[in-house]
Design a protein around this ligand. Structure first.
Ligand code: KG4
Ligand code: ZN
Length: 337
């Protein structure tokens, strides 16, 4: 690979409820983290049971300047470019990061690059040694997104399938909420699932069987919530751990069904898992087993890089800058891809 012109990047992420800034650089042909700072707003949103967009925007505005300062000071080196998540996400939240990045790049005469949040999640895997090399199949599973993508190169992607309604993380969080688990309940569902009976509750499949490889998590989520509400009205007890284990098993089964078919269809020999839900130990184990059985390679980031962060945005930016991507001063945020 030719020596990239832009070697060290300041990356900014503010698409949902984490403000994040990072400095990443090329080292021996791979992205490396020099600093990664994340300010989570979860305590601000937890009392409402979900992210409140207006509160998120205000909190990003307060957090971004100290966070970027900290990321730059920790890295302690000059930067050659600025990257920012421009889509998809909450529009007011994205605007804070995009406008900060534009201002910083303009004031310091640096090139600017816009990054797709989903591509960023996948790029969290490029810090691994060895790192996955395209082409590969990727499952991005987070609070806002669930899709299977074919990553043709570091900068060329096509969507194989997606959820038609709820994202996996959203479904985890909503089931958790009805059981009284504070937002976001995904990590607690993961812990509880290890303690329960995964066959206690019979649930519908989230894998759509029409040949599309799409998912639907709203049916399975509603089935669980209706049964929980019915039991609450009749004062019938249940074990939270059984619900978590059964729900997790159903989610893992659906994911394995569609991923198995997607690997078959695309002929890919490598699977990459990404997004906040990639931290789920049961999903990691299920996909590792699926890949082992098929002789495929499996990659997943360390848990700290699964949730929203700016290092992943910086990793994708190094490849996008190297491919010649540049945003102009008219760059705007947009809520969807
Ligand atoms: O990627 P992320 O930080 O934000 C979005 O881009 O949406 O993902 C957050 C989501 C939340 O729904 C959270 O409950 C879920 O990831 N999550 C988990 C786990 N850790 C985080 N879901 C299941 N098991 C986990 N261990
Ligand atoms: Zn995310």
């Amino acid at each position: 690979m030719k020596e990239p012109e832009i070697r060290t990047v300041l990356a900014i992420e503010s698409s949902c409820d984490e403000t994040a800034a990072a400095v990443v650089t090329w080292e021996n042909g791979a992205p490396r983290i020099l600093s990664s700072c994340v300010n989570s707003q979860i305590p601000l949103h937890a009392r409402y049971g979900g992210v409140v967009p207006e509160i998120a925007s205000r909190a990003h505005t307060e957090a971004i300047t100290p966070l970027v300062t900290e990321a730059l000071q920790t890295a302690g080196c000059a930067i050659d470019g600025v990257a920012v998540t421009s889509h998809p996400g909450l529009i007011g939240a994205l605007l804070v990061g995009v406008n900060f990045a534009k201002g910083y790049a303009f004031a310091n005469d640096l090139p600017l690059c816009e990054i797709d949040h989903i591509r960023g999640h996948i790029a969290a895997n490029y810090f691994s040694a060895p790192a996955p090399r395209p082409p590969f199949l990727a499952l991005v599973a987070s609070g806002g997104h669930t899709s299977i993508l074919l990553v043709e190169s570091h900068t060329a992607f096509s969507v194989v399938s997606r959820t038609r309604d709820d994202a996996i993380g959203e479904a985890f969080d909503k089931v958790a909420r009805v059981m009284g688990i504070p937002y976001p309940g995904g990590a607690e569902m993961d812990r509880l699932a290890s303690l329960g009976d995964a066959h206690a509750w019979k649930l519908p499949s989230a894998a759509i069987a029409d040949g599309s490889l799409d998912f639907s998590f709203s049916g399975i989520k509603t089935a669980v919530i209706n049964e929980l509400n019915r039991r609450a009205m009749k004062n019938e007890s249940y074990e939270k751990a059984d619900v978590a284990a059964s729900f997790t098993r159903a989610v893992c089964d659906a994911v394995c069904t569609q991923i198995g078919a997607a690997l078959q269809k695309t002929g890919c020999g490598t699977l990459v898992l990404a997004g906040g839900v990639a931290a789920n130990r049961h999903l990691r184990a299920a996909l590792q087993a699926l890949c082992d059985a098929r002789g495929c390679s499996f990659f997943v980031p360390p848990p700290a890089l699964c949730g929203d962060n700016a290092a992943m945005i910086g990793a994708q930016a190094l490849y996008e800058f190297a491919a010649g991507a540049r945003a102009d001063w008219a760059l705007n945020a947009r809520p969807s891809d």
